[in-house]
Design a protein around this ligand. Structure first.
Ligand SMILES: Nc1nc2c(ncn2[C@@H]2O[C@H](COP(=O)(O)OP(=O)(O)OP(=O)(O)O)[C@@H](O)[C@H]2O)c(=O)[nH]1
Length: 570
């Protein structure tokens, strides 16, 4: 394409110059032809004029002859006057004829001969006139030399005819030349016009083609620029989305709670998909259904608080499931509204999993345009769901480990470390609010004997049973712990000595009634001794309170076991 364009461009200016030159040539040729034609016509007119003048000369000679003869015959003075007037007319007509043909030597010679013959004839007429004037009419008639007159007339006729023939020949030749000039002129004008018009039309066609091509190229260039701008915008959008996701990954590492994780995920989803709404579901411990833990956005498509794996294609298949409004309801999940999504909206379910185990579901719905905003949005949401699943799994693992580090594995109660951390905090809180706090130390009586009698495993079963009993026997704000061995502690915030004693007595009685099932045998019951110390009367630090409660426990043991004693009571 560029090669043919440049070739045309190269020839266009010379072709235009040729067309203009041809038009100029046609103009010049026309002017020249018209001038030549005019000259030729002038010569033709000249020839007619010469012929006319020959006839004028002949008429003048005949006029003089006729008037002279009439005068000789009639002697009428009128004929005499006519004769006298006709004589100089012959000389004048002959002179004008000679002027007219002076450029043609042949005709000039003939005219001179005509003039001589005419003069000679006039001299003869003058001789007869003079004779008539001097000697009378009869003498003049007798003096007429008929032979001479006939000869002179013959010569005049012959010369005149010769001159007319010559002029006729010249006339024919000039007419022929004039016709040739006219034909050539027409040929030059027609040919020149045809060629130059053809060239100009070719040039116009070529220029208009060039213009069309230029317009098409311009349109292509505009299209390419638009495409470039669009792809730049897409790249910008993609890079922004990648940035949002990478920021999400970074912040996710620092999230400490599920609430933080969910909040961060909601913000990120709404940045990636403007106007998105949806829900976060987590698998319940029972593993049989998903429970909604957070909702975000103005729901385009609602989804229930609980759903089973069968309600969702994504959960069933273990991979993302996207439904466009245009897809119809065939592939729509059972947990979303019937008849949704409608055209123009899209629903996306993303399973949350970690190490191959399903831990939840992310359900997002949005306008289809927003989800198609950059072709990688659903892919980015998929990556977000992967990271979200891992983060939740990590959090759950951390929580399990933390719980394990704070709980005693045998009884399920808090351990001594947890007790020490929380007793100080609860004490400070009660101190600040001017409320009491009681600490109970509990110990199974003669546990060594039980161990020795039934075996260590049976002892473990008993401790586990006592742990469960303590767990259900206290308020939710109390902190039951295994202090070590067969010894337990319960921190009871906001409970005074009397309240603590009543609660301890309840526990003691409960233990007393408790038996243990072990290897098909019913063991027990056992008894328990309990020592109590209460803030502020028995101490104002965790260590003192624990020490006081422990000392009171030993006092209870010493006093016979299976009893409750308070440090402040004697
Ligand atoms: N089975 C079992 N036994 C434990 C555990 N921790 C401590 N023991 C035993 O508990 C017994 C505690 O005995 P002692 O401290 O002498 O007290 P006791 O036999 O309960 O007697 P009194 O407290 O005076 O009534 C020891 O035999 C320990 O081995 C445990 O986790 N499991």
């Amino acid at each position: 394409m560029p090669a043919s364009r440049s070739r045309l461009s190269t020839y266009r200016i010379p072709a235009f110059a040729i067309a203009v030159a041809m038009l100029l040539g046609v103009g010049v040729a026309s002017v020249y032809g018209v001038t030549t034609l005019r000259q030729s016509n002038a010569w033709i007119e000249h020839t007619y004029e010469v012929i006319n003048r020959i006839e004028v000369v002949e008429r003048a000679i005949r006029g003089a002859e006729a008037s002279a003869r009439a005068y000789r015959l009639t002697s009428h003075p009128e004929f005499r006057s006519q004769y006298l007037a006709a004589v100089p007319e012959v000389e004048r007509a002959t002179g004008e004829l000679m002027m007219a043909i002076r450029d043609n030597p042949g005709q000039d010679a003939r005219a001179r001969r005509l003039r001589e013959v005419a003069r000679a004839h006039l001299a003869e007429l003058q001789r007869l006139y003079d004779l008539q004037e001097t000697q009378g009419d009869a003498a003049a008639r007798l003096g007429t030399d008929a032979a001479l007159t006939l000869r002179q007339w013959g010569e005049i006729d012959a010369t005149g005819s010769e001159m007319r023939r010559e002029e006729q020949r010249l006339l024919e030749a000039r007419k022929a030349r004039s016709a040739t000039y006219a034909d050539r002129l027409v040929a030059i004008v027609v040919l020149g016009m045809l060629l130059s018009v053809t060239l100009l039309i070719s040039l116009m066609v070529s220029v208009s083609r060039e213009n069309r091509r230029a317009r098409a190229l311009e349109q292509d260039a505009r299209g390419a620029a638009q495409e470039m701008a669009l792809s730049m915008a897409k790249v910008d959008r993609l890079s922004h989305q990648r940035h949002v996701l990478s920021r999400y990954s970074g912040l996710l590492q620092s999230c400490q709670t599920l609430e933080e994780i969910v909040q961060l995920s909601i913000e990120t989803i709404q940045r990636l998909v403007p106007g998105a709404s949806g829900r976060f579901y987590l698998m319940r411990a029972s593993q049989d259904f998903q429970e909604s833990v957070a909702v975000f956005g103005d729901a385009l498509i609602s989804s229930p608080d609980f759903l089973s794996a069968n309600d969702c294609w994504a959960l069933r298949r273990g991979q993302p499931h996207e439904i466009h409004g245009e897809d119809g309801s065939l592939m729509a999940c059972a947990h979303i509204d019937a008849g949704k999504p409608v055209p123009g909206t899209t629903a996306l379910c993303l399973p949350l999993s970690a190490q191959g185990a399903q831990i939840g579901l992310l359900h997002v719905s949005a306008a289809t345009d927003a989800l198609d905003h950059g072709e990688a949005v659903d892919e980015l949401l998929g990556q977000l769901a992967e990271q979200l699943g891992l983060a939740i799994a990590n959090l759950q693992l951390r929580e399990t480990l933390r719980t394990q580090s704070l709980r005693d594995p045998l009884t399920g109660l808090f351990n001594r470390r947890y007790l020490e951390e929380n007793l100080a905090r609860e004490l400070t809180r009660c101190e600040r609010r001017g409320l009491p706090l009681s600490v109970l130390m509990l110990d199974v009586d003669h546990f060594k004997r039980f161990n020795d009698t039934h075996g260590h495993a049976a002892g473990d079963a008993l401790l586990s049973q006592v742990g469960r009993l303590l767990e259900v026997g206290v308020r939710s704000e109390d902190i039951p712990c295994r202090y070590g061995g067969e010894e337990f502690t319960i921190v009871m915030p906001e409970l005074d000595a009397a309240g603590a004693c009543a609660r301890a007595e309840q526990i003691r009685r409960e233990v007393e009634r408790t038996t243990v099932q072990h290897l098909g045998q019913t063991l027990g019951p056992v008894t328990m001794s309990i020592g109590i110390a209460t803030y502020p009367a028995d101490g104002d630090t965790p260590a003192v309170l624990l020490q006081m409660a422990d000392a009171t426990l030993y006092r209870a043991k010493a006093e016979g076991r299976n009893r409750v004693l308070h440090a402040s009571h004697a």
